[in-house]
Ligand binder design. Structure first.
Ligand SMILES: *Cc1c(COP(=O)(O)O)cnc(C)c1O
Length: 303
């Protein structure tokens, strides 16, 4: 596995009045970077690579998960069918252009038919003699959660526990990252407050799914499931997944001038959440905070 850098940005720290470090999973070494690359490295474990020779998974035109999966599938010489619940665009850009270039077979389908189309793709591959592996959209499975559990161990080995990290902020979507980070911090740095900023889901549903994923991960790790409350902030979703506000765009522009690219779908909302929580006093001045930068460069380029 790869260790991503932890960077300090004095201008950002001066502005926010906290001791912020940024965990650069946007630089994770996979084409396009990001958290889906870290997850894909765990999903394509030795068991998958030696027992299967094809994969089926799903996502939108600009899915980071589809792109990361397509990279791994191509690297291992596995055939991939990408079920895309979007209209086929006239001109391919961003993630879609990469996915196509990596040789995945693209099937554009209606959102309501995704499960059916994934099942059909599995059958089609079996008929052709392949042994296909099925991956949920978003890489939402226990391997994806594991990736972020062990990422916490990686972070703590980079920084130690003195002083402890007071807060972790990051973007939460399907919840796999959140589940892994929550349990990971409980194991490796239990006094850190782990705060996921939702990019789409309302709190109740978000917390439900994260709990389920955590139970599954705890079972795998043979530990108890979590004692701590899940901190899930749904105040910055705006009008839902991919929606933009002026405030968000201004923030992204401001961070650009300080050397950091945030995207409007994921990391911009997470940073907005952190900044609002500082303003509200939920994150006190001079706190030690790590912002987990989960990527989103392709989403910046195409939104
Ligand atoms: C998928 C994704 C997330 C959210 O991760 P989940 O594990 O689905 O919650 C955050 N940031 C980026 C850039 C992503 O691609």
């Amino acid at each position: 596995m790869f260790v991503t850098p932890l960077t300090v940005h004095p201008q950002i720290n001066d502005w926010l009045g906290i001791n912020l470090r940024i965990k650069r999973d946007d630089l994770y070494p996979i084409i396009g970077g990001g958290s889906k690359g870290r997850k894909a490295d765990y999903i394509f474990n030795s068991n998958v690579v030696s027992n299967f020779n094809a994969v089926v998974t799903a996502g939108s035109n600009q899915s980071n998960h589809l792109r990361a999966t397509a990279v791994k599938a191509a690297e291992y010489g596995m055939k991939m069918i990408a079920i895309i619940h979007d209209e086929e665009p006239e001109i391919y850009s961003g993630n879609l252009k990469i996915i196509q270039n990596l040789g995945a077979e693209l099937r554009f389908v209606d959102m309501k038919n995704v499960t059916h189309e994934m099942d059909k793709a599995m059958l089609d591959l079996r008929k052709l003699g392949y042994k296909p592996y099925y991956i949920w959209g978003g890489g939402h499975n226990v391997d994806g959660c594991k990736a972020y559990y062990y990422a916490v161990e990686e972070l703590i080995s980079q920084v130690g526990n003195d002083p402890i990290i007071d807060f972790i902020y990051f973007a939460t979507g399907t919840g796999a990252t959140h589940a892994g980070l929550h349990l990971g911090f409980e194991s490796f740095s239990p006094n850190t407050k782990v705060v996921g900023v939702s990019v789409s889901r309302p709190k109740q549903r978000g917390v439900e799914i994260i709990s389920e994923s955590m139970n599954e991960l705890a079972q795998y790790l043979k530990t108890n499931s979590s004692r701590n409350e899940i901190n899930f902030s749904d105040e910055f979703v705006g009008k839902g997944y991919g929606s933009k506000t002026n405030e968000l765009e201004l923030l992204i522009a401001q961070f650009g001038k300080m050397g950091l690219i945030l995207d409007p779908v994921y990391t911009g909302k997470a940073m907005l959440g952190l900044i609002k929580h500082i303003e509200m006093g939920l994150v006190p001045k001079n706190s030690n905070v790590v912002f987990w930068h989960t990527g989103g460069l392709m989403n910046f380029l195409t939104n």
